[in-house]
Ligand binder design. Structure first.
Ligand SMILES: NC(=O)c1ccc[n+]([C@@H]2O[C@H](COP(=O)([O-])OP(=O)(O)OC[C@H]3O[C@@H](n4cnc5c(N)ncnc54)[C@H](OP(=O)(O)O)[C@@H]3O)[C@@H](O)[C@H]2O)c1
Length: 285
């Protein structure tokens, strides 16, 4: 059985490859990456795969039984045909099963909705592919908030527009584990599963960070418009708008969804505190 993972040079792809190696061994895992040299550290066979190139994937998916498609990073409209290159190449090569990393979120009402919509379209494409499939809808990663702690301290706390909205954070490590199981466990075929942990408010996130890192962060909520302007000034129009849209979604409850993690992974999701502690331990190694 050969299982391939796309975007394996990225952090989510690498976490999935590592979890798969634990389950089926290095010889059965293939890392596909746009820049092959960036995936060599994983210690498995590496093949080239740029989402813009159908030819790359026609070659990369030869002899592959199952493929994990990591959602791309491009403009949302460009992602749809890019993902189709992988789906069509999988069909052409007789790949048996495809697992796709989609996202939780509101497809209609926020500045993040175009990204959610493009993920929903790929979900449809996967469902209509005729291949066996499982779709995961990822929660928001907790790691970017933890990478940002020094900035939060400098800015006097966590400031965004989430108000009292709850967000079911996950981590790339938790997702890596779940996706490995979803690839291997064929009783999940046909399912669309929310891969999220326990929902918490931004105040609860600040408290959990304080507990582990000894900081004294608190949370201040500002309006969606004010936050969008501030993020656009800091990060540019595209990324600033997307980030503001994510917190707008949290404010409206779009990220407070029931979790299917245990069904997908066969074990409970780690708590926010456990994820933060694991992040701190990794960074101290
Ligand atoms: N749930 C969340 O909170 C959240 C947050 C951010 C992103 N996301 C989504 O999750 C995905 C994975 O996240 P991550 O943490 O792994 O991001 P990451 O570490 O930044 O990795 C992104 C990966 O995408 C690859 N890539 C970009 N353009 C590509 C193309 N045209 N063809 C093939 N590969 C391409 C990059 O390849 P190179 O190494 O060659 O650049 C890299 O491997 C993202 O793509 C995004 O859709 C989710």
């Amino acid at each position: 059985m050969k299982i391939a993972v796309t975007s394996a040079s990225g952090q989510l792809g690498a976490a999935i490859v590592k979890a798969l190696i634990q389950e089926i061994g290095k010889e059965n895992v293939v890392a596909i990456a746009r820049t092959a040299s960036k995936a060599e550290h994983l210690g498995v066979e590496v093949r080239k795969g740029d989402y813009n190139s159908r030819e790359d994937f026609n070659a990369a998916l030869k002899g592959i039984d199952k493929v994990l498609l990591v959602s791309g990073m491009d403009d949302p409209r460009k992602r749809i045909p890019q993902h189709r290159n992988v789906i069509e190449a999988a069909k052409q090569n007789g790949v048996q099963k495809i697992v796709y990393t989609s996202i939780v979120g509101d497809a209609e009402n926020t500045a993040f909705s175009p990204v959610v919509q493009s993920n929903r379209q790929t979900e449809e494409d996967v469902r209509n592919s005729g291949l066996d499939f499982v779709i995961g809808r990822n929660g928001i990663y907790i790691e970017p908030d933890l990478e940002y702690i020094d900035t939060y301290v400098k800015e006097g706390g966590i400031i965004n527009c989430a108000a009292d909205g709850k967000c079911s954070y996950t981590s790339r490590e938790e997702l890596g584990y779940a996706y490995a199981q979803m690839l291997l466990n064929d009783s999940l075929n046909g399912e669309t599963l929310n891969l999220v942990g326990k929902p918490i408010t931004q105040s609860q996130l600040a408290e959990a960070i304080n507990q582990v890192f000894g900081t004294e962060l608190s949370f201040t909520s500002i309006s969606v418009e004010e936050y969008k302007k501030e993020r656009q000034a800091a990060l540019g129009d595209f990324i600033g708008t997307v980030i503001a849209g994510i917190y707008e979604g949290i404010r409206s409850g779009a990220n407070d969804v029931p979790s299917d993690f245990e069904k997908a992974a066969g074990r409970a999701h780690k708590s926010p505190l456990e994820m933060i502690e694991r992040y701190q331990n990794h960074n101290q190694e």
